[in-house]
Design a protein around this ligand. Structure first.
Ligand code: FES
Ligand code: FE2
Length: 444
């Protein structure tokens, strides 16, 4: 493994990232240590994944009271549960007595949490219900002397509930924040809920669920998702339905990157396009694909007839577990006759995702080269990378900042895209330089 060129504290300082802070036309990509250094990975856990909002799954993972899911956030095990009142709750997965892990199953149904070590019990809302023998009342008469706690300071169960974690839902997704006082999830998402409101994501049903273990840093997966520069070479099939020249940026204020394919082309040879569009879509949504990466770890590919989701969980600087799902709107989710089309759709995404995994694993190998110090971004196609890397740098150096939207630069505006969401100040760029480069790009 190549040596870090920086001492650990440097990862928390602005001057380390000068090459990426420049306007996109001049910027170089993030320092390679960000992808290959265990020291950077640890700092990133603290600064990026332990603050703000991290996607952990679907609302349907925790459908009813007592449904429990364990997830990993910043290397920490977290319990997400629906309590008796039907509210989502999240807790650190540790007993308040002597720290046994409380839940080991990834998914289960419980009436209460009971620690296997000394049997402390907690309600689904985290309240400590009982600590056997602790107060004396449960102790058999002939053993009272041994368990006499009368000389101990008073013990108040109210002080020993499970340690809470913030949890919130948007669309059909669940997010948690380890931060004691995070900004509201709505502020994190910015105008995205408004942009995607027409798709009614909260009504969608997850119909396919698959995981992958990837030998690459999570940011390589993110960055690969948010640029369409690689499509002709890595995804010859995908470009039949999602042509490079039909891509536009789709970014308002919020901690996300976005692009839109409009119109989404139709490849009549692909059986999965037989799934019908959701009937309620507005004109623009009905002919567009929206490809959104929400900082730090969630991708949404929103198509008129389904949504493909990628949830990335970093395990190490060079390893990421990825969960992918397909969700359908109610009119097709409830229709058994769509099974063959759904199989084709799942196979299609598995194929495309496999192409992406192969290329990002190859980048992980390349980025360990000591000679590489960062590369140039193709600003016509890779501006979302620049936005993403700058959002990440903001978190690393402790800046709470939400990027503005793209503005009205005609180069990036889609003729068929909705102008929903507030479009704020345009980012600085040389339009003339951008256009001349665009016209020389080999996109056909
Ligand atoms: S560690 Fe949980 S009851 Fe003792
Ligand atoms: Fe790709």
């Amino acid at each position: 493994m190549p040596a870090d060129r920086f001492e650990p504290d440097a990862y928390l300082r602005e001057e380390t990232y000068t090459q990426t802070r420049a306007p996109v036309e001049y910027a170089s990509t993030l320092i390679p240590e960000a992808y290959r250094s265990p020291v950077f990975f640890e700092a990133e856990r603290q600064r990026v994944f332990s603050t703000g909002w991290v996607a952990v799954g679907h609302v349907s993972d925790i459908p009813v009271s007592g449904a429990v899911r364990t997830v990993t956030v910043a290397g920490q095990s977290v319990i997400v549960v629906r309590d008796r009142a039907g509210e989502l709750r999240a807790f650190h997965n540790v007993c308040r007595h002597r720290a046994s892990r409380l839940v080991t199953e990834q998914s289960c149904q419980l009436k209460r949490f009971r620690c296997p070590y000394h049997s402390w019990a907690y309600a689904l809302d985290g309240t400590l219900l009982g600590a056997p023998l602790f107060e004396g009342s449960d102790i058999p008469d002939d053993q009272r002397a041994i368990f006499d706690t009368s000389r101990l300071p008073a013990f108040d169960k109210r002080n020993y509930g499970l340690l809470p974690v913030h949890v919130a839902a948007w669309a059909n997704l669940v997010f948690v924040s380890l931060e004691p006082e995070p900004m509201p999830l709505t502020a994190w998402l910015g105008d995205l809920p408004e942009r995607l409101a027409g798709y009614r994501l909260d009504e969608m049903t997850v119909v396919a669920d698959r995981s992958y273990d990837i030998a690459a840093n999570w940011k390589l997966i993110a960055e690969n998702f948010m640029e369409y520069y690689h499509l002709p070479w890595v995804h010859p099939e995908l470009v039949k339905v999602s042509r490079v020249e039909d891509h536009y940026r789709f970014q308002g204020p919020g901690l996300y990157t976005g692009m839109s394919t409009s119109p989404i082309s139709r490849d009549t040879e692909s059986g999965w396009t037989a799934l019908t569009e959701a009937p309620h879509l507005a004109d623009s949504d009905a002919v567009s694909g929206r490809f959104i990466w929400i900082l730090p770890n969630l991708a949404l590919s929103v198509l008129p007839n389904h949504v493909f989701t990628v949830l990335a969980t970093p395990m190490a600087h060079d390893r990421t577990v990825e969960r992918t799902t397909i969700a359908l709107p109610p009119h097709t989710a409830d229709d058994p006759s769509i099974a063959p089309a759904l199989d084709e759709l799942a196979a299609f995404w598995d194929h495309v995702n496999g192409e992406d995994i192969a290329i990002v694993e190859r980048v992980q190998e390349g980025i360990s080269s000591e000679a590489y110090t960062g590369g140039r971004m193709c600003f016509r196609f890779e501006e979302p990378l620049h936005r993403f890397q700058n959002m990440l740098i903001d978190r690393m150096v402790g800046l709470e900042r939400i990027p503005a939207g793209d503005g009205d630069d005609p180069m990036f505006a889609s003729p068929a895209a909705d102008a929903t969401g507030s479009q704020t100040a345009a980012r600085s760029r040389s339009s003339a330089a951008s256009r001349s480069s665009m016209s020389s790009m080999p996109v056909e």
